[in-house]
Ligand binder design. Structure first.
Ligand code: HEC
Length: 103
């Protein structure tokens, strides 16, 4: 019985950890219902284009305001098209909004 409790706690902590450490959550986990294709595209850019010089950084590590300063600079670094910039920006915003409490 004690062994079971331990195992359960272990599983719970692993699950909790994975949840907290999501670098770039999938679009279907964000609870949004509009612009899905656009956001999917944005996530792809985040995972592929934004990892050329560094690893993908956990989006929720930065506030919306910090992203406002970082992102334009990083978009220039990545040579994205206007459309790609809009998509990746929309994706990051969707992630930030999804993680900032009740919807
Ligand atoms: C050409 C290389 C390059 C590409 C491509 C690039 N970055 Fe960066 N990134 C850097 C460098 C260098 C730093 C650290 C220096 C700095 O803050 O300017 C950095 C830092 C960051 C930081 C941390 C900033 C801070 O102040 O802690 C974030 C977040 C970030 N990048 C996000 C992105 C995103 C999102 C993209 C895609 C749109 C991207 N990066 C693409 C080179 C790049």
């Amino acid at each position: 019985m004690r062994g079971c409790t331990f195992l359960l706690l272990l599983l719970l902590s692993i699950a909790g950890c994975m949840n907290g450490l999501k670098v770039a959550p999938k679009v279907q986990e964000l609870g949004v219902t509009t612009d899905i294709a656009l956001l999917e595209e944005g996530r792809k850019i985040y995972v592929h284009n934004c990892t050329k010089c560094h690893n993908a950084l956990r989006i929720t590590r930065y506030t919306e305001q910090q992203w406002g300063e970082i992102l334009p600079e990083m978009i220039l670094e990545s040579n994205l098209s206007v459309q790609q910039s809009q998509n990746v920006t929309a994706y990051i915003q969707a992630v930030l909004h999804a993680s900032s409490g009740p919807r």
